[in-house]
Design a protein around this ligand. Structure first.
Ligand code: NDP
Ligand code: PYC
Length: 339
């Protein structure tokens, strides 16, 4: 342990995550699936969705909210659509099960949709769209959360932090991936500011009286804002509709009520789409790839960076050197081993 941080190997992050979850009652298959995305988050230096998430997962377990050994049930809705009922377990196993059918159907039909219902969802979406891109398919994923975010022009929460993620496969390099909350920032990031006592930038949130705030504690107890004003607000509403109303699942406001003030992981649905460039490319998918590469080159050629490049660089570093975890967070995670 050096100074304010501790360095852990990726194997150590994974084993610690599995141990924390199983000691707190999570079934082994779920614990391993969750540990995999937590390790990936920590590895890619996505601090708001790495080891920190164990704290909320354990609260969700201890409060008896999540079904720790839920067995997802897969349903073939139509030629193009698959549903997985997560049965009020965490989302990761449901995604792993549904992905197989999602990808098979996209290859048969050009496009396919996966609806996951009744899942507790805490993770970043890029692991899912990257997994679809690894299959040579284009991926799009979105999900509601808890209603923490005001619509543009309002001051009361309606929307979740509602992330949307996209991946485009590229030969010989990482896929093109973006993944962002439609709030100005993920709530997890504000929680990390609160933990460290750091100020937040204006534009992220309002305090309880509806005034702009730089205080993370006031932001947590107030209202978050969308990114890009009315544009983020409309996208966020779309995510409520596609990831909730369309697929027969709860909106963020309902997820919040379902939580009953416990502060558990949000519980709702998720919508994931896959597109097959070979099927949709008009007989010349290669040309589509060349066009995409020309655009990526025009972006990076002027010194701008592609989304996810920071993450991919962090991934290489972490695989080589392990991950650096602040001591207070490491200690809080170790405390979760005590029942
Ligand atoms: P950020 O604002 O940190 O990043 C959003 C995206 O923009 C990333 O793909 C990032 O790539 C990219 N990006 C950032 N800066 C630049 C730049 N200068 N040029 C080009 N691209 C850039 O993310 P958010 O705070 O909005 O979200 C963080 C995570 O939280 C997401 O993974 C999201 O899925 C997750 N989340 C999950 C929720 C859930 O309910 N499950 C709810 C809300 C958020 P890079 O990573 O390389 O910087
Ligand atoms: O960081 O906004 C967030 C978040 C919500 C659910 C999981 N992460």
């Amino acid at each position: 342990m050096a100074g304010e941080s501790v360095t852990l190997t990726l194997d150590a992050v994974h084993s610690l995550s599995v141990e924390v979850l199983t000691v707190n009652g999570m079934a082994s298959d779920h614990a391993h699936a969750i540990a995999k995305v937590i390790t990936a988050g920590q590895r890619d230096e996505c601090d708001s969705h790495g080891l920190y998430r164990l704290i909320v997962c354990v609260r969700t377990l201890r409060e008896g909210k999540v079904v720790p050994d839920a067995q997802p049930v897969i349903e073939d809705i139509s030629a193009a659509a698959t549903r997985v009922d997560a049965k009020f377990g965490y989302s990761q196993l449901a995604f792993e099960m549904g992905k197989v059918s999602l990808c098979e159907k996209a290859r048969q039909l050009g496009v396919s949709v996966l609806a996951i219902n009744n899942c507790f969802h805490f993770s970043a979406l890029w692991p899912e769209v990257e997994a679809i891109a690894e299959e040579g398919l284009v991926g799009l994923a979105l999900t509601p959360s808890h209603s923490w975010v005001a619509p543009a022009g309002g001051t009361r929460p309606v929307f979740g932090t509602n992330p949307i993620a996209f991946a485009w496969p590229r030969s010989g390099s990482h896929p093109f991936v973006f993944d962002f909350a439609t709030s100005a920032i993920a709530r997890g990031d504000i929680e990390l500011h609160r933990r460290s006592g750091a100020k937040i930038p204006l534009g992220w949130a309002l305090d309880g009286d509806g005034n702009p705030t730089e205080d993370a504690e006031k932001a947590i107890n107030g209202t978050m804002l969308t990114f890009g004003g009315h544009k983020g607000s409309a996208l966020s509403a779309m995510i409520e509709l596609l990831g909730g109303a369309l697929i027969g699942d709860m909106l963020s406001m309902e997820s919040q009520r379902f939580d009953g003030g416990v502060g558990a992981t949000p519980c709702h649905g998720e919508l994931i789409l896959a597109f097959d460039p070979k099927m949709l490319g008009g007989g010349n998918a290669e040309l589509g790839q060349q066009r995409a590469e020309e655009m990526f080159g025009a972006i990076t050629g002027q010194g701008a960076r592609l989304p996810s490049q920071r993450r991919f660089d962090a991934r290489e570093r972490s695989i080589r050197n392990g991950v650096v975890v602040p001591v207070p967070l490491y200690q809080d995670v170790l405390k979760l081993l005590e029942r």
